[in-house]
Design a protein around this ligand. Structure first.
Ligand SMILES: [Fe+2]
Length: 490
């Protein structure tokens, strides 16, 4: 990379200026050049390390994945970490970063924060490290440091698994879009309020649509500047918006590059679909953007998920699966992707199935063989509310599956003719033999509300369900629904 004072850094965008962050060579007198160099160093110090995220590793009790991006000249980034209690960093460990060049976002049609048409300028080094040998049930802090100490003053945190109980904050559908900053403000507000209600949250989980256009790197970079990203491990699934570009389709690679997820997905889905174990729960994440394309792709995802469940036996007790597209239609309760996964959930005794996309909160009773069953015997299917205060879908009367759906919520205050102002998230407390869920939302009068607080007894997945007939794997011949109800708009 050229000297930043005289060359060009093509890396992200300066959100304040709404323009690509560039330093251009111009003839300057010496004094101005010195000042310019100093300013360039300061600006680059703020901008050279971006999109830092702590993602799960396979065994979150002893491992963690940290990903970040750096300017092309930052070839020697390193990560320092230590226990949070080691306030002087006296016992810090240094790990050299491993990187590869990425230009996948460069030149993609996008918008600046002030709403102007713009092509993303994003050529950078995509870094990632996997920390191993960590202590279970321990809070850690870390920082990413580049050349000249860039990044050394920003400390971030994560917590390892290993406690007998854990909590996570489940969010969805913020559609971060820099020209409309209120979306992220609403998301931050509800997160902050939920953490006040449950300060022991261990990590943040998302069922997708974190950004409006996954091809817009500047949206991701801004999203990872939000407070949650530096405070918590973050695990999410790819949504249709995370996949899409402003125009002309999308790529799952956008998601893979902006995260440092375990590379344990099936062929073509490495770093996009992945599994991890937190506490006694095996989390499996899925990619609807491939599953919706053909019955074979849906079958491939199920085959992989089933093989993970089989191979990891003994390392977990309960199974959560997560995908973006909703199990049930939020407007009326009609079956959606529930139909494609209900047999799988029955066969493998999935405890909790998480989804988003329809922007309406839903929780079912435990279901098995399409029937409501007693606690512990079936799968609870849940859909997260949207969190942006703008693109909510209004829940209407249930015309289908009313016996299955225990609770539904959306705002009823309109943000437009077709959308409502839902701002919600879900607290999930996982105890050894039960799970408590709480919907937290900001109501139409801007008050914080807790609703649908519910605790359900759970059984390990390998325990026979008394009174129910075990199912055999079904032939995967069905055609997946091609729907993407949150649409192609920003
Ligand atoms: Fe969405």
């Amino acid at each position: 990379m050229t000297n930043p004072a005289v060359g060009t850094i093509s890396f992200g965008c300066d959100h304040k200026a709404g323009k690509a962050l560039r330093f251009c060579a111009k003839p300057l007198r010496l004094s101005l050049l010195v000042i310019g160099l100093a300013l360039a160093v300061q600006v680059s110090a703020r901008a050279e390390i971006r999109s830092v995220t702590a993602n799960p590793a396979e065994d979150c009790s002893t491992q963690m994945n940290i990903g970040w991006h750096a300017g092309l000249d930052e070839v020697n980034c390193r990560l320092l970490y230590t226990e949070k209690s080691d306030t002087a960093w006296a016992h810090a460990t240094t790990v050299a970063g491993v990187s590869q060049r990425s230009e996948v976002f460069d030149g993609i049609d996008s918008k600046t924060p002030d709403g102007k048409d713009w092509k993303e300028e994003a050529k950078f080094l995509d870094y990632g490290v996997t920390l191993t040998g960590l202590k279970p049930d321990t809070e850690y802090m870390y920082k990413i440091v580049g050349g000249d100490g860039v990044g050394a003053d920003t400390v971030r945190y994560f917590k390892t698994a290993g406690a007998s109980e854990f909590s996570f904050l489940w969010v969805s559908d913020v559609h971060a879009y820099t020209p409309l900053p209120n979306r992220v403000k609403n998301f931050n507000r509800v997160i902050e309020e939920a953490i006040k209600i449950e300060p022991s949250v261990d990590f943040v989980f998302s069922t997708g649509d974190m950004v409006a256009w996954g091809g817009s790197y500047s949206f991701w970079a801004d999203f990872f500047e939000q407070p949650f990203a530096s405070q918590y491990m973050f695990a999410d699934v790819i949504g249709n918006h995370d996949w899409m570009m402003r125009r002309n389709g999308g790529k799952s690679e956008f998601f893979a590059v902006t995260h440092h997820n375990p590379m344990n997905g099936y062929a073509g889905q490495e770093g996009v679909c992945y599994w991890f174990i937190y506490g006694d729960v095996l989390f499996i994440t899925l990619n609807n953007e491939v599953m919706r394309t053909s019955p074979e792709e849906l079958a491939a995802a199920k085959t992989w998920a089933a093989s993970v469940i089989e191979k990891q036996k003994g390392n977990y007790k309960r199974i959560f699966i997560a995908q973006h597209y909703q199990w049930f239609n939020g407007r009326n309760g009609r079956s959606s992707w529930y139909d494609h996964w209900k047999d799988f959930c029955d066969e493998h005794h999935v405890t909790l199935a998480l989804s988003g996309n329809v922007h309406v909160y839903q929780r079912t009773h435990p279901l098995y063989d399409d029937q409501v069953v007693a606690d512990g015997l079936g799968t609870v299917y849940m859909v997260a509310p949207s969190s942006d205060g703008e693109r909510g879908v209004e829940a209407g009367p249930l015309t289908a599956n009313a016996e299955k759906l225990a609770f539904t919520y959306s705002s009823h205050a309109h943000s437009s003719a077709t959308s409502v102002k839902t701002i919600g998230c879900v607290l999930v407390d996982v105890g050894p033999e039960s799970i408590r869920t709480r919907l937290v939302y900001i109501d139409d009068e801007n008050r914080v509300q807790i609703a649908d607080e519910h605790t359900i007894a759970t059984l390990p997945s390998d325990v026979p369900r008394p009174g129910l007939t075990d199912k055999q794997p079904a032939a995967a011949t069905e055609t997946p629904a091609p729907e993407a109800t949150s649409g192609a708009a920003r």
